[in-house]
Design a protein around this ligand. Structure first.
Ligand SMILES: [Fe+2]
Ligand SMILES: [Fe+2]
Length: 237
């Protein structure tokens, strides 16, 4: 997917590499004018070669133009995905109770929990690929009771899930903005291609479920809705 990153002036933290890059470009252009060569790898690669050579074994050799702000924001998003996974797991265990008796909702939220855990894994893999360090942070304990006299637990839980999906969409957009600010088109592309579009679809799906649950009421309608969730495949959030 094409990146939406815009080109903006370099920030202070990148000013020094930017100047060095500019100097390299000027030297390369001068050399090109003299020799007619477009790309002279052995002269242009010298500064990067010394960076690799001097890197201690505790540092990534692969890391290139990966800003610490992006690394920190990725670790925050990993925590967000884990936390939402944790809430969906709590919802799974609530609906699986014998006195609640809605196995379709239990299955739906179990799959949703696994999916959010999968997103955390995706982010971790990318963090490692770019030479960043994964930092797992504490998770806040979710509520465990979802009974609601007004709406019924099914509608209440689905409204909660819709709100979490919308919040996660905003968090992903904030992550994308940090990648954009730090001129990281590869990270922008990863967020757009692997996470943002799927999040849009997820918000729409949850919004439809909320509408349907509002129509069916709290009694037999929820029972039928639960049967349909139980028979459905891969409808996780
Ligand atoms: Fe997610
Ligand atoms: Fe989700």
């Amino acid at each position: 997917m094409a990146s939406r990153c815009t080109v903006k002036p370099m920030r202070t933290a990148r000013a020094v590499p930017a100047v060095a890059a500019q100097q390299r470009r000027v030297r390369a252009k001068a050399a090109q004018e003299v020799t007619g060569m477009v790309f002279q790898p052995f002269s242009e690669v010298q500064s990067e070669l010394s960076t690799v050579n001097d890197a201690p074994v505790t540092q990534s050799y692969a890391r290139v133009d990966y800003h610490p702000s992006c690394e920190a924001a990725m670790n925050e998003q990993i925590n967000i995905e884990y936390t939402i996974s944790y809430v969906y797991h709590a919802l799974h265990s609530y609906f699986a109770r014998d006195n609640v008796g809605l196995p379709g909702f239990a299955k739906f939220f179990s799959e949703a929990s696994e999916e959010e855990r999968g997103h955390a894994q995706l982010l971790m893999d990318y963090q490692v690929k770019r030479g960043g360090r994964v930092e797992l942070k504490p998770l806040s304990a979710p509520e465990m009771e979802f009974a609601n006299d007004d709406k019924g637990e099914a509608l209440y839980a689905m409204e909660l899930a819709l709100s979490l999906e919308k919040l996660n969409f905003q968090k992903l957009q904030a992550l994308h903005a940090i990648a954009d600010e730090n001129q990281d088109p590869a990270l922008c592309d990863f967020i757009e291609g692997e996470l943002l579009q799927e999040q849009v679809d997820s918000v729409k799906q949850h919004a439809e479920y909320v509408s349907q649950l509002r129509r069916v009421g709290k009694g037999v309608g929820v029972y039928i809705f639960d049967r349909e969730l139980d028979e459905g495949e891969g409808q996780g959030a």
